[in-house]
Design a protein around this ligand. Structure first.
Ligand code: 0A1
Ligand code: ZN
Length: 849
């Protein structure tokens, strides 16, 4: 059954459900195409609700029977749920439905992956399992019985009992249905234990397919570190006897925080030095932490409705960033987060998909698991912490946990704890949750008689549905340096609340050099025309690591823009400043690697667009090439010193120190390859004993077109490893010369190992195509057409992944008329498909405006 016209849901329409759920009993009789789900649910009228309509969500369910208090009933069933007259007192609802996990390719609800049953219920997948009030403010305890011939049968909470062919689980913590999970399969576990701060021993397991047990140790260590960190830093203790993680190959997202039973995309948990890169290890550590931290921020305290998604996601991203900063390098983490924010969130917030951190309406909530909700949501919490201070933040969080444990909350509840603890009025700050768009901050300065005045002006351009913008509260961290590079005013937090506002620094001996927005203290675009001399000075002397990197980035961006626009040569002052930094062995190699990386082609396209120019992807690509060639030539003598070879003598470890050296090594190899046409890369490839070195070498060989042997050798070595094969698919497209990227993607999509039903594999090829900026934007539009063809095909199987990948087109209005027309035509062709999913329909129509 297809839905009627898509419905828009509004935050302002929220009303509580008419009934509370006292408990839930579920029995699953597993069978690939005919699983039976029996539910017994105790409902009681909700005294807080006025609306007493008994409507249960349910989609793609075959209702076999229904009873109320033991008597058969005949509900009115539609494609989205059922309704039924019910008694005006507590009653027991029982239903039996049949579902077909094996044919569920959307990977939402109960589905199968390599013979294993697993679930994904966030956001609204539980309604594909049984009839239920599938909304996060309905919380209940669950008892689950699973019947099936599988050796491993898992659900949320603690194990209660089991026998041959069945197992029962009981979750004592009330939870919304989106946190429900079930797994059944032929799995093996890597186990360990953790003793919590109050002395309770918790059993820990990572469940994987046989053969993958050797790839669990790192994830397990990350889990234990996360558990300890949350006790030490946030005072949060784990609350069940067991914590299970399951790896699944077919998964739409990274991972899912189901209570006591986290389900992970295998790419987000399985790791070994031979098969995973340093970046994979770091991502895995962060995702394990993220899902674990949700146990308190998301599960114990959940969201009242899906508009409040940032309540759990912004906070949990913020917490996992803190964790990574603590256990790795804080400046490197901050710089990486800002690179990511600018690459993913800024384009979203400055284009047709712009929405507030707390959206006010949606058609399909799955389309709002965005960089804005997650990453900007985390930035907003970072600003709040900066404004109230570390102590205020810690006290507010204590109060949040104490006051709201077991509740389904709103952003109002969240801000109220900060107001109560600090006495601050956060009315204006709350605009960060409701106003979309990236504020632009400009600044003028003045110096006279020892007084230095900074005058800031903020302005947020209009975004869809929001023409008028109000001033935001901006925490602006500023430090002042003198001409010797001494800090004459250490980092000071200015609190800007007006559209235009001045701040004075008095008692200075000379005109200072400002270091503004240190640590990227607010998610804004700083429009500042600083002189090149000043940027070069800050690159050499800024005491704030973030801003030191930022000045290098700005110099690089300005130079590349001048190359694209005016055919200028690479900026020598930038190259000299960079060389000095690269030579400085006191500096963290990871930091130097970040300095060398330079802005991406997409970032340059955005910068050109902001400067009122039309970005030409080919010219951008060419400028990046010229810059890299020039760097290779001018750093020629430095490269041997920066190369990785011989630097690490200890066994491989994916820690911050070693991976920083390998990152610097990879950036160096990229330059070296331009001098020796791939000789060093081939050598590194041939003797690599870990995936980080092997893959960075392969990338270089692909880039210089010397890849035939290596691509085949890599395939021969790794064709049985699914996750490594994703890298093989992705890199051939991602690192390809722009002229061949589209043809490569097309050819790889008919490779026998290409499987469009597997989101990781689909993304490997087509996500990589979308990321190959000049390749995707090939002048003849072949990139757009190929991606549109495949998105149309995928939509019939997996709407959620299709809709997410449609955002490759979100920047279409940036480009020249010809490319715009071609991208628009591709979007219109997708939109015109009969039976297009609600997910994709919403995304495409928002982009077309
Ligand atoms: N809550 C998970 C991510 C997630 C979100 C949505 C999903 O399906 C629509 C699946 C997973 C997290 O933040 O990790
Ligand atoms: Zn999350």
């Amino acid at each position: 059954m297809k839905d009627a016209a898509p419905q828009t849901v509004y935050l302002s329409d929220y009303t509580p459900f008419g009934y509370v759920v006292e408990d839930v009993h579920l029995t699953f009789q597993l069978a690939p195409t005919s699983t039976r789900v029996l539910s017994r649910i105790r409902f009681a009228p909700n005294p807080d609700a006025t609306d007493k309509v008994f409507f249960l969500h349910g989609e793609e369910l075959n209702l076999i029977s229904a009873m109320i208090d033991g008597k058969p009933v005949e509900p009115v069933v539609t494609s989205v749920g059922l309704s039924c007259p019910v008694p005006e007192k507590p009653f027991v609802w029982e239903a039996e439905v049949e579902i077909s996990p094996e044919t569920n390719t959307a990977l939402e609800g109960l589905y199968m992956s390599n013979g294993m049953y697993c679930t994904q219920c966030e956001a609204e997948g539980f309604r594909k399992i049984t009839y239920y009030p599938d909304r996060p403010d309905v919380m209940s305890v669950f008892t689950v019985r699973i019947e099936g011939p599988h050796p491993v049968l898992l659900s949320n909470g603690n194990p209660r009992d089991s026998g041959d062919g069945w197992a029962e689980w009981r979750d004592p913590w009330p939870k919304p249905s989106y946190l429900f999970a079930l797994v059944a399969g032929d799995l093996v576990n890597h186990s360990d234990t953790f003793t919590t701060c109050s002395g309770t021993e918790v059993a820990l397991n990572i469940w994987v397919r046989p053969g993958d047990e050797g790839k669990c140790a790192f994830g397990m260590e990350a889990l234990k570190k996360s558990m300890r960190w949350d006790e030490e830093v946030y005072g949060r203790e784990y609350d069940l006897d067991i914590f299970n993680i399951v790896a699944v190959d077919d998964f739409n997202m990274g991972a899912m925080e189901n209570k006591g039973l986290n389900v992970f995309n295998s790419s987000a948990v399985l790791a070994s030095p031979e098969t995973s890169t340093d970046a994979n290890f770091e991502r895995i550590e962060a995702i394990i932490a993220h899902e674990y931290f949700h146990n308190w921020t998301g599960n114990r305290i959940t969201c009242r409705d899906w508009f409040q998604l940032c309540l759990k996601e912004g906070l949990t991203v913020f917490r996992d960033s803190q964790f990574t900063s603590d256990i790795r390098s804080a400046p490197v983490k901050r710089i990486s987060d800002v690179i990511d924010l600018r690459a993913r969130q800024f384009p979203e917030d400055q284009g047709p998909l712009s929405h507030p951190v707390r959206p006010e309406s949606f058609q399909e909530i799955n389309n709002f698991y965005t960089a804005t909700v997650y990453e900007k949501g985390a930035e907003v919490i970072g600003m709040l912490k900066r404004l109230v201070g570390d102590e205020g933040y810690a006290e507010a969080l204590e109060l949040y946990f104490a006051r709201h444990d077991g509740e389904a909350c709103t952003i109002e509840d969240w801000l109220k704890v900060f107001e109560d603890v600090t006495g601050r009025d956060l009315t204006q700050f709350k605009r960060w949750y409701s106003q979309s768009g990236t504020p632009r901050l400009s600044v003028t300065e003045d110096y006279a008689d020892g007084t230095y005045t900074l005058t800031f002006a903020q302005h947020t351009p209009p975004t869809p549905g929001q023409d008028e913008k109000l001033p935001q509260v901006l925490p602006i961290a500023v430090g002042l340096l003198n001409a010797n590079g001494d800090e004459v005013v250490k980092t000071t937090l200015l609190e800007m609340t007006q559209a235009e506002q001045s701040f004075e620094f008095t008692g200075l001996a000379s005109r200072p050099i400002p270091s503004l927005l240190r640590g990227f203290s607010a998610p804004v675009v700083l429009d500042r025309v600083a002189s090149k001399e000043e940027q070069v000075f800050l690159l050499a002397h800024d005491t704030d690591a973030f801003n030191r990197w930022e000045s290098g980035r700005t110099l690089a961006r300005n130079s590349l823009i001048a190359m694209v626009r005016d055919g200028a040569a690479p900026d020598q002052a930038y190259l000299d400043g960079l060389a000095a930094l690269l030579r400085d062995d006191e500096l963290d190699p990871a930091f130097r690697a970040l300095m060398l990386s330079g802005p991406s082609q997409a970032e340059l396209a955005q910068a050109l667009h902001e400067a009122g120019a039309t970005p030409d992807p080919d010219a951008i690509w060419q400028a990046k090439e010229t810059m890299a060639d020039t760097m290779a030539q001018s750093f020629r003598d430095l490269l041997p010193k920066l190369a990785y070879e011989g630097k690490v003598t200890e066994p491989y470890a994916p820690d911050a120190e070693q991976s920083g050296m390998r990152a610097l090594g990879a950036a160096t190899l990229a330059l070296q390859t331009r001098l020796d046409a791939g000789a060093a890369a081939q050598k590194q490839f041939d003797k690599a004993d870990n995936m980080t070195l092997q893959l960075s070498a392969l990338g270089q060989l692909i880039q210089v077109g010397k890849d035939t042997g290596a691509v085949q050798a890599f395939y021969d070595q790794w064709h049985n490893d699914r996750l490594v094969m994703d890298k093989w698919f992705g890199l051939q497209v991602g690192a390809a010369h722009p002229e061949v990227a589209v043809d490569r993607a097309a050819a790889l999509s008919s490779h026998p190992a290409f499987d469009m039903k597997n989101p990781n594999r689909f993304r490997a090829v087509f996500g990589a195509l979308a990321m190959n900026h000049a390749g995707f934007h090939r002048r003849d539009g072949a990139g757009y057409d190929l991606l549109a063809d495949w998105l149309i095909r995928l939509d019939a199987m997996n709407p959620q992944t299709t809709a997410r990948m449609c955002s490759a087109f979100q920047t279409w209005k940036r480009y020249d008329a010809d490319r715009q027309a071609k991208m628009k035509a591709a979007l219109e062709r997708i939109a015109a498909q009969p039976d297009l999913s609600r997910d994709t329909t919403e995304m495409v129509s928002r982009m077309l405006g």
